[in-house]
Write a protein that binds this ligand. Structure first.
Ligand code: ADP
Length: 484
């Protein structure tokens, strides 16, 4: 692999400003999902190294916290500049470890950059409040202070953006961080750490440990030095981390699984809805937590909608993300392929029709055909589990209430989308959807300004946006008495 700057390819963890190996030298291998070729390895670390990283973050905290928001923001701005300058290398690293097409990887780096820029600016805007006093000899206020050492655990589906979405607000707020990136995609995070070092992030402020998720996760959540844990991943792991963090009442942000409904009413612009669905469903080969998972189309437009959708799905180019024009890469691993196959087989078994695709791709390996299934019913597993693959699951409805009932019939509550023209319907449906984020006539909702996060079993807390800073700060109430 040829990077313009080969020193961004880091195969060691980063603790206290030093690149380092696991205590016994153990490593875990990282493979390219497009062809299963070995990319390299990273240290297989556990409890001891994690404790060392927590100690480094703790030691770096006082000086980092003491800086002004403006000073911290200036360092984040330099980080932003360096990420932008190295965007081609970062995109290439991401395509190699994650499989997403190169153009999409570049798009993700831009998305990742938007968080660094936003929180560099927000660092200067950490306000408190002066409160009305209840006695004439007292003055009251509420101030915001950094929460302290934070742990961050990220998933493999957005190897850059999940890192900057957590690390930038933490650093802006004056916290220090120990990050554990997904073991399948550690290299984007390590390259970001190298760029952070060059930008002047002081030693120990941003640390990365790689390796055994169970051991590292247990240490991070069990440590009473770590005051906050921010996690993106599966609901099962989120639940486990929440239990582990209960021992020391750690503050938590959890971005967990979704099961997004995508509703198309008969007053929608059908082409717009098809385009929105293509984006929401097939980005990252369907492996995002905000992917449309269940598509509900009003009965009287269902035939037209699915005909237009199939034409687009059939035109999708599948292949190695490094090749020009490829729109859908491989899935991340064999478990992902197995899950998609299991869900599709169960749906077909229970009466779903395959309109297109429905099987492994001729390219073999981890490639799956872009697929459209119709006739999905609540009896099918696909209606309840996150697909995390390139499969559209279509069903129809007749009334608005029916669509809402079907959409809300989920333990998850992350993103929901609907397409409609009537303004009264838009308000009614928007307000009744039990989801943390709603896209109205769009399938593309993520940016640095909107609060990203879910309700119900999709998690707690919000990322990005001005609300995202709150997650890394404590509010301190001060009551000051005097001879006034
Ligand atoms: P996914 O299905 O997206 O891989 P996971 O929840 O398994 O979701 O993984 C998301 C992140 O959580 C990854 O960084 C993974 O290594 C980490 N992880 C998995 N299990 C644990 C655990 N027991 N404790 C801490 N982190 C974990």
């Amino acid at each position: 692999m040829q990077l313009q700057d080969q020193s961004l390819w880091r195969q060691q963890a980063y603790i206290g400003g030093e690149w380092c190996d696991a205590a016994g030298g153990a490593v875990i291998a990282v493979n390219n999902p497009a062809d299963n070729s070995p990319l390299g390895s990273v240290p297989d670390m556990g409890e001891a190294e994690t404790r060392r990283a927590i100690a480094a973050a703790d030691a770096a905290l006082p000086a980092w916290r003491r800086k002004t928001g403006k000073e911290r923001g200036a360092i984040l701005r330099r980080w932003h500049e360096l990420i932008l300058q190295n965007i081609d290398d970062l995109a290439l690293i991401m395509t190699l470890e994650n499989g997403k097409p190169l153009a999409e990887a570049r798009g993700e780096v831009h998305y990742a950059l938007s968080f660094v820029e936003w929180f560099a600016e927000e660092a200067k805007r950490i306000y408190g409040d002066v409160l009305p006093n209840t006695r004439s000899d007292q003055r009251l206020m509420a101030i915001r202070q950094p929460i302290g050492v934070c742990a961050a655990i990220t998933a493999w589906n957005f190897p850059c953006a999940l890192v900057t979405r957590k690390v930038s607000p933490a650093l802006a707020a004056g916290c220090t961080v120990v990050l554990k990136p997904a073991e399948l995609t550690p290299y984007s995070a390590l390259a970001l750490a190298e760029l952070g070092r060059r930008a002047g992030i002081p030693d120990g402020v941003f640390n990365i440990v790689t390796g055994n998720p169970v051991a590292i996760g247990r240490e991070l959540s069990g440590s009473s030095i770590v005051r906050k844990l921010t996690f993106t991943g599966s609901t099962a792991t989120g639940r486990l981390l929440m239990e582990q963090c209960a021992s020391n009442i750690k503050k938590l942000s959890l971005e967990l699984g979704g099961n997004a409904p995508f509703i198309v009413f008969d007053d929608a612009d059908i082409d717009q809805a098809v385009d929105g669905l293509m984006f929401s469903k097939f980005r990252n080969a369907g492996q995002t937590c905000v992917c449309a998972n269940r598509v509900f189309v009003q009965e009287n437009i269902a035939a037209e909608f699915s005909a237009r959708l199939q034409r687009k799905v059939n035109a999708l180019r599948v292949g190695n993300g490094l090749q020009d024009g490829v729109e859908q890469g491989p899935l991340i691993n064999a478990a992902a392929i197995d899950k998609v196959q299991r869900l599709v087989a169960d749906a077909i078994d229970k009466g779903a029709q395959v309109l297109t695709g429905g099987a492994l791709h001729a390219l073999g390996g981890l490639f799956y055909q872009p697929t459209v299934l119709s006739g999905i019913t609540p009896a099918m597993t696909i209606a309840h589990e996150e697909i995390f693959g390139p499969v559209v699951a279509l069903s129809t409805f007749t009334t608005e209430q029916q669509a809402l009932d079907m959409a809300n019939d989920s333990a998850a509550g992350l993103a929901a989308y609907f397409y409609a023209g009537n303004i009264d319907r838009v308000w009614r449906v928007m307000e009744q959807l039990e989801y943390g984020m709603v896209g109205v006539n769009t399938g593309m909702i993520s940016n640095e300004v909107g609060p990203f996060g879910g309700i119900k079993e999709s998690g707690v807390g919000r990322e990005g946006s001005r609300y995202g800073m709150e997650e890394f700060m404590e509010l301190k109430y001060v009551c000051m008495a005097g001879k006034l």
